[in-house]
Design a protein around this ligand. Sequence first.
Ligand code: ATP
Length: 614
Amino acid sequence: MISAKLRAWWGSPVVWTVRFLPGVSAGLAAALCLLVLVNGLLPAVAILASGMIVGAVPGTVSRGFDSADGRTAVWALVLMGVAFVGQQVVARLSASVAGTVGARLDGRLQQRAIVAVNGPVGVRHLDDPAVQNQVSRVAGMGVGGYTPGGAVTGLTTRAGQWVQGVAAVVLIAFYQWWLAALIFAAQLVWGRVTRREYARQTKALVSQTGLLRRADYFRDLALTGGAAKEIRVFGLADWLVDRFRTEWTDAMAKVWAQRGTDVLSALALCFVLAANFLAFFLLGWDAARQAIGLGALVIFLRAVMSVATVSTRGRQDLQISHGVAAIPALLALEAAAAGVPTVSGRPVPVDVPKSEVAFHGVTFAYQGATTPVLKGFDLVIPSGRAMAVVGVNGAGKTTLVKLLARLYDPDDGQITVDGVDVREFDAHEWQRRIAAIFQDFTRYELSVRDNVTFGAIGNAGDERLLRRAAERAGIRERVEALDHGWDTLLTRQRAGGAELSGGEWQRVALARALFAVEAGAKILVLDEPTANLDVRAEAAFYERFLALTQGVTTIVVSHRFSTVRKADQICVVDGGKVLELGSHDELLAKRGRYAEMFASQSDHFLDQTPGEPK
Ligand SMILES: Nc1ncnc2c1ncn2[C@@H]1O[C@H](COP(=O)(O)OP(=O)(O)OP(=O)(O)O)[C@@H](O)[C@H]1O
């Protein structure tokens, strides 16, 4: 029972944070401890000095500064001055060291958070709203704008107050040990009871993470610029402000409801009032009957008041309570990442796929979905050939690619490469073999160089590969004409940055995939690679398609038949299965779904332009 409690305490977020500090900087953590100790003891020194001064005043007045009392008064004054100035200096120093240690701690934890969130091979965990709430707490590094680093500052303040309180208790013990214990107990209870409010507020804030994320979404939509155009065109600004206010107020109402006092607080207040009253009464009584001197009276009175620092409430309590709220979320994410069993496996042979990539009876449903996207899906993609995947919206084309890249694993069936289940391979190594450019590819607000070389980060320094990939994607000329060439930042929000058009971005993304292929990836996945390209660019891509994909096992997902028809084979996905499979000509001859889709797109083009799509 006790050991369980001890374990829980040892693993509690506050203690975890403190235990973590020496790892952040042993020297700074030790310095902080020392400063906290000195900062907490100096008030006791000042109390003693003030008592000595008061005690020595009558003697000094009657016998002068040359007397023993006079010398005591002078030394006590010096001590008082040193203690006072020392407190100012040490308080500033400890705040500064706590700030530094805190900032480093936040940096460390953020690194761990990045590793934890990206630890699992797949992305299934990110579909879980509970995990997203954890991610949000970890990303914000706490709740309510407080971080574990801020908690270090709060803990420093709190620890200093404790040392000060305990030192005062020791002083009172020289008068009456039981009184010292009583006052200490009263202040402890009062502090604990009143601080419950902060713990309750933190708990409420944590429970409201989902709602707060929604409020944050509206705020970020309005502030980060991604929706700036639509907000203006559709006049959404007032609506956004309104939604943000409603969501935020709803979320915070539960937190604010935790404020206030209760019967227990009132009882604790009575306890602390009674203990202090008793102390003042006894001290006054003993002073009146001259059982204690004037100096001792001052020391004990001030010491009684000083114990109250143990129960002081303030900003530090929120800093601690809210700040460490990120820790359980981080540890949960880390535990989840560590629990993924399928990361390591056998090395992926250099030349896979030698014969084929195959889906065997693959069934897959997204978390929470009632019907599977794929139901016993079978498909063989011969190595070095291009397979196009077509189908209506939501048919599961992108899902196929996600499964192949092990962003998700099938619920049933298997995906094999040259007969080996991909789950047997080292997952990270396998993912490096796939050069995928998704429909919703990422527009990194970084340099063009980064945007392309992210395809194979290990080859980032290879200028020849970089230029070749950009050339093949048809973006090299445009990049080299930019003010800072390959180092141009692709965002207007940074000085010297450039903004690309949708089609140019798509070519950069294509260059990224091609860079990966140049660097050794064997499977090229192009999900809607021409969606943003103009007619000419699309035609050019189509002309180069065979050259781009030559010798690489390629999967191209597209609604554009000009791209699709170039593939060696085309697979029509419908109802979670392969409905038709064959070359463009074979499928046209079959007069099935593919021929129907092709005809309707051709008709559409014929309506608009003279000539059928190429
Ligand atoms: N992360 C997810 N969680 C839950 N459902 C998802 C998720 N991703 C996709 N889906 C659902 O799975 C189905 C198949 O999606 P998928 O993206 O594979 O379709 P698609 O054939 O590529 O469609 P499109 O042609 O519109 O790009 C859709 O109904 C979609 O809503």
